[in-house]
Design a protein around this ligand. Structure first.
Ligand code: ADP
Ligand code: MG
Length: 207
C-alpha cells in the first residue's frame, strides 16, 4: 500500500466500500435469498450509511480510530449476524492499530489478524465453514506474508468463490446442509468487496 493508510485513507476506503455495497446491494441480497433471509445487502447498506455519517460527525484523527468508530457503528446499527461480525472485525482491528498516524500493508495485516481472531471467537466459524471467514482469513494471511493490498483482495475473491462448493456450518445457511452447495456465501462476497475497496485506493497516490 503506497502511500500508507492515514485517517483520510481509511475513510476513503470505507467510502469506497459503502459505494460498492450500494452498487452490489441487490446482488448480495440475491445471494442471501436461497440460503438465508434476503437481507444481507440491505443490512450492510444501512450499516455503511450510518458509518459514513458517524465518521463525518466524529472526524477521527487516526486510521485506528476510523476503524474503531466504523466498527462500533456497525455493531449498533445492523441487527443481522453480519453487523456484529463486520463490526467486531473493524472495531478490533482499529483498536489493534492503536494511535499510529499511518499504517502500511504489513501493519494493517497485523491489525486485521486481531480482528479476524475476534470474529472467529465471536462466531465460531473456521475456514471451510462457508462464511465470511473464508474470504477474510486468506486476505489477512496474504498481508501477513508480505503481500500487497491487491494480492490480499485477490485472495479474498478466491476465498469467496471457494464457498460455492462448501456446505455451510455456521449462520442461517447451515440450516440447508448439502442443499447449500452451489451457492456463494453472501458475507464472503461482501468481504471480498471490502478488500477490493482497499486495493482500489492503491495507486491513487503512487502506482
Ligand atoms: P443474517 O444471517 O442474520 O441474516 P446477514 O444476512 O447480514 O445476517 O449476514 C449473513 C452472513 O453472515 C453470512 O453470509 C456469513 O458470511 C456471515 N455469518 C453468519 N454467521 C456467521 C458466523 N457464525 N461466523 C462467521 N460469519 C457468519
Ligand atoms: Mg441474512
Amino acid at each position: 500500500m503506497s502511500p500508507a493508510l492515514t485517517a483520510a485513507g481509511a475513510r476513503d476506503w470505507l467510502q469506497r466500500f459503502a459505494t460498492a455495497v450500494d452498487e452490489h446491494a441487490a446482488d448480495l441480497t440475491d445471494l442471501d435469498r436461497p440460503i438465508g433471509d434476503s437481507d444481507h445487502g440491505v443490512n450492510l447498506q444501512r450499516g455503511m450509511r450510518a458509518v459514513l455519517a458517524a465518521l463525518d460527525a466524529a472526524d477521527p484523527a487516526t486510521p485506528g480510530a476510523v476503524l474503531l468508530k466504523a466498527g462500533s457503528t456497525l455493531v449498533s446499527t445492523v441487527g443481522g449476524a453480519s453487523g456484529p461480525l463486520f463490526g467486531t472485525l473493524l472495531r478490533r482491528t482499529g483498536k489493534a492499530l492503536g494511535d499510529a498516524e499511518s499504517v502500511d500493508a504489513a501493519a494493517l495485516g497485523s491489525g486485521l489478524r486481531v480482528g479476524l481472531d475476534a470474529v472467529t471467537a465471536l462466531g465460531g466459524a473456521q475456514v471451510g465453514d462457508a462464511t465470511l471467514v473464508d474470504a477474510l482469513a486468506p486476505a489477512v494471511e496474504s498481508l501477513e506474508a508480505g503481500g500487497s493490498v491487491t494480492e490480499a483482495a485477490e485472495a479474498a475473491a478466491r476465498g469467496a468463490a471457494s464457498t460455492d462448493e462448501l456446505v455451510a456450518r455456521k449462520g442461517r445457511a447451515s440450516y440447508l446442509g448439502e442443499r447449500g452447495i452451489g451457492h456463494r456465501d453472501p458475507g464472503a462476497a461482501s468481504t471480498a468487496l471490502l478488500f477490493a475497496a482497499l486495493a482500489d485506493g492503491d495507486g491513487a497516490g503512487a502506482s
